[in-house]
Write a protein that binds this ligand. Sequence first.
Ligand code: NAD
Length: 418
Amino acid sequence: MKIAIVGLGYVGLPLACAFAEKGVEVHGVDISDEKVALLKKGVSYVGDIKSSEIKNLVKKGLLKVSTEFNIIKDCGCIAICVPTPLRKTQDPDISYIIDSCEKIKKHIKKGAVVVLESTTYPGTTREVVCGILERKGFKAGKDFYLAFSPERIDPSNKKWNVKNTPKVIGGINKASLDKAVFYYSRAIEHIVPATSLEAAEMVKLLENTFRAVNIGLINEMAQISDRLGLDVWEIVNMAKTKPYGFMPFYPGPGLGGHCIPIDPLYLSWKMKSLNFYTRFIDLASEINGAMPHFTVMKLAMILNGFSKSVKGSKIIVLGAAYKKDVSDTRESPSLEIISELEKLGADVKWYDDLITYGDVPGKRIKKLSAGALKKADIVVISTDHSHFDYDFIVRNSKRIFDLRNTLSGRKSKKIFKL
Ligand SMILES: NC(=O)c1ccc[n+]([C@@H]2O[C@H](COP(=O)([O-])OP(=O)(O)OC[C@H]3O[C@@H](n4cnc5c(N)ncnc54)[C@H](O)[C@@H]3O)[C@@H](O)[C@H]2O)c1
């Protein structure tokens, strides 16, 4: 059994490893020379995958990687895990899907099953992927098989990973579904079949819209609580003692990552073309998108209470990744907070030792010393990481603005909350 994984990022690399660990020969292809070179050397650039694991799989010949698409030619299953970002105009950018399908078309053989994993609007697999591949003269569902299976990976989650998280798969016909299930069952413990491609595409959008809308609600509650002089964290923690009918969501400086701030807008875009306006999605996006600004305004008020202006203040932002224990800075609200504070004239430094690449504004601190903390007018905990030494941070900081409720339970006049 040979499986091709197209796009070896946060989604593709763990999937490739899951198959290879089960003895399946994985042929990975990525357009990034840098990533392919690292993998060939046995170096992982994805937090949840250890370099030793890559080294071992490469050595055993179970993980072969290349920037050349001909590596996929003998594979019976081809999974596409390329990015699906937004354009500057907030419209879906499916150019990576189109590009990878054009290249797959050149090398795909009869009988192979193509599975799109990238999150996208309902209709993409049938209209775009099928459209391109059928131009080879092959008929989908007969000469080649076609399926969509949304990736549900939650980076840094220690309990749920690609293998034990149930996987939804929808096929263009029954034969395609069966073929995709046959391959995926080798590595995935539980498969949930959908009745169509579009149903499988929509499942992912419901999941991520559910999160975006609920986070939007709690972020609005944070602003409401602020006006009422209440602690939103206390309110959520008490509400969640209700054993039914309530699910806790937590406020924060805004949404980040490649999924939750983006995916619902794919659905919103699609629905506009059908003259339907997705009000919940758009409202949540507006509220969540304004959280970095709300955070900066609140920080300005805290400094004001000490007769300090943002201009000229020394500020340290702790954590620049979009969430706890990951190195990913895509869409991270910390970046917007740092930029806005710099525009207001603050001297902003940031510390996040997990980040190895990505453009972060402000000045990076390599080592968080007591001296640096003591000099700062305020320290902002924007992303918490499990390995940060919070006792040390609290001991040495003049004031702390805790956006994540990381220091909950510590009673100190120098700790301010969102
Ligand atoms: N990151 C997550 O937590 C997550 C979770 C679930 C779903 N998703 C979805 O999975 C998809 C991939 O996300 P990701 O986070 O892995 O992105 P990523 O940027 O980490 O990885 C994508 C990889 O694809 C490569 N690539 C781009 N164009 C290519 C092409 N034409 N051919 C071959 N390789 C190409 C890139 O170089 C990159 O290495 C997106 O649609 C995303 O919405 C992501």
